[in-house]
Design a protein around this ligand. Structure first.
Ligand code: KG4
Ligand code: ZN
Length: 342
């Protein structure tokens, strides 16, 4: 454990379509984590409907916070700071969590810490369940691959809260590519898990989809791959052939995993990283996890599935480090929907 001051942080996360609250001790030990998912509601629309998401957060936020405190057997009197995701995300969703957190901080006389959602994803690898044995802490310099619905980035982390962004996607994020390709293959929302499921029945070598290596950079590009899948689908339809969705899904997934894995390994070698960290919703992908877990060159930290997609435990972990270093926000903080990581 780092030698930062001990503290319990309660965090609120409402950046997209999950209403979440968690309590964490000393930035790592998870005492409670509650996530109310709106997935079923948005599935009807084939994607997140922002206005509906915002209204759902309003309905869920108080019960979710109450449930987290009761799960942790604590009251606000036992909490040292309140952390909240202030961006990036959907403005109408973020504003619900930020105002809840402001209310909690003001009412209980606690400091408020605004947290970047992407930094939160990175800190999910520090979290462990308080009743389990303590896993080893990620070691710096750390090569962090962040793969979510809105972002795909490689960051070199040289210390806590210290990042150098080496590259990012020039067009679609990896998760966004999964979601868009799922839609064009007629698979249900959310696309990532649907493609993964279909791919398990398919042949990843049937279609040789393009990989944008963008040599000499740590940038990514997935829009060409998405278009290649679209053209293949049109071609098959034109010829009156069966689409055989599992092969298309498996071949698409193989192309994404290939690029993410090889470019991260390359960057880790080039920057003398000690370890690798993979975070964000796409880190739940079984093929991606397998690629990283099958190599022995670097120790890799990938969070358990419950911490890959949006949750408040990761926000509490990042918030703890910001709090411990005195990065306190004023009560007039606002949401920053497009705030970059660095
Ligand atoms: O981190 P996250 O929950 O939300 C954002 O911050 O964006 O990531 C959501 C993204 C979605 O694009 C979703 O399709 C993708 O993560 N995802 C997956 C898997 N589970 C979620 N992508 C591939 N395979 C999965 N198993
Ligand atoms: Zn996220």
């Amino acid at each position: 454990m780092s030698n930062l001051k001990p503290a319990r942080v309660l965090a609120v996360e409402t950046s997209c379509d999950e209403t979440a609250c968690a309590v964490i001790e000393n930035g790592r030990a998870l005492l409670a984590s509650v996530v109310a998912s709106q997935m079923e509601i948005h599935a009807r629309y084939g994607g997140v409907f922002p206005e509906v998401a915002s209204r759902q957060h309003v309905l869920s936020i108080i019960p979710v916070v109450e449930q987290a405190l009761s799960q942790a057997h604590l009251t606000l009197k036992n909490i040292d700071a309140v952390a909240v995701t202030r961006g990036p995300g959907l403005a109408g969703s973020l504003v619900v969590g930020v105002n809840m957190a402001k209310g909690l901080a003001l009412g209980a006389g606690l400091p408020l810490v605004g947290v970047n959602h992407l930094e939160g994803h990175i800190y999910s690898s520090w979290v462990y369940n308080a009743d389990e044995s303590i896993p080893s802490e990620p070691q710096f310099p750390l090569m962090a691959l962040l793969v979510s619905g809105g972002h795909t980035e490689l960051n070199l982390m040289t210390d806590h809260l210290t990042y150098k962004r080496l590259g990012s996607t020039l067009d679609d994020a990896a998760g966004e590519a999964f979601d868009k390709v799922a839609r064009l293959l007629g698979l249900p929302y959310p696309g990532g898990p649907s493609i993964q499921k279909a791919a398990e029945e398919g042949d990843p070598t049937r279609f040789n989809f393009p990989r944008a290596w963008l040599d000499g950079t740590s940038n990514f590009s997935f829009s060409g791959l998405k278009t290649a899948v679209l053209y293949e689908v049109r071609e098959l339809e034109k010829k009156g052939r069966s689409l055989f969705v599992p092969d298309l899904a498996a071949s698409f997934q193989a192309a994404v995993v290939d690029v993410l894995f090889k470019k991260t390994m390359e960057a880790a070698r080039e920057h003398d990283a000690k370890e690798i960290l993979v975070a964000g919703g796409v880190s739940a992908n079984r093929a991606l996890r397998k690629a990283f877990q099958s190599q022995t060159e670097f120790k890799v930290h990938i969070p358990p599935l419950s911490l890959c997609t949006d949750n408040a435990a990761m926000i509490a972990a990042a918030g703890y480090h910001r709090y411990a270093l005195g990065h306190i926000s004023e009560l007039d903080i606002d949401v920053l929907p497009t705030w970059p990581l660095s």
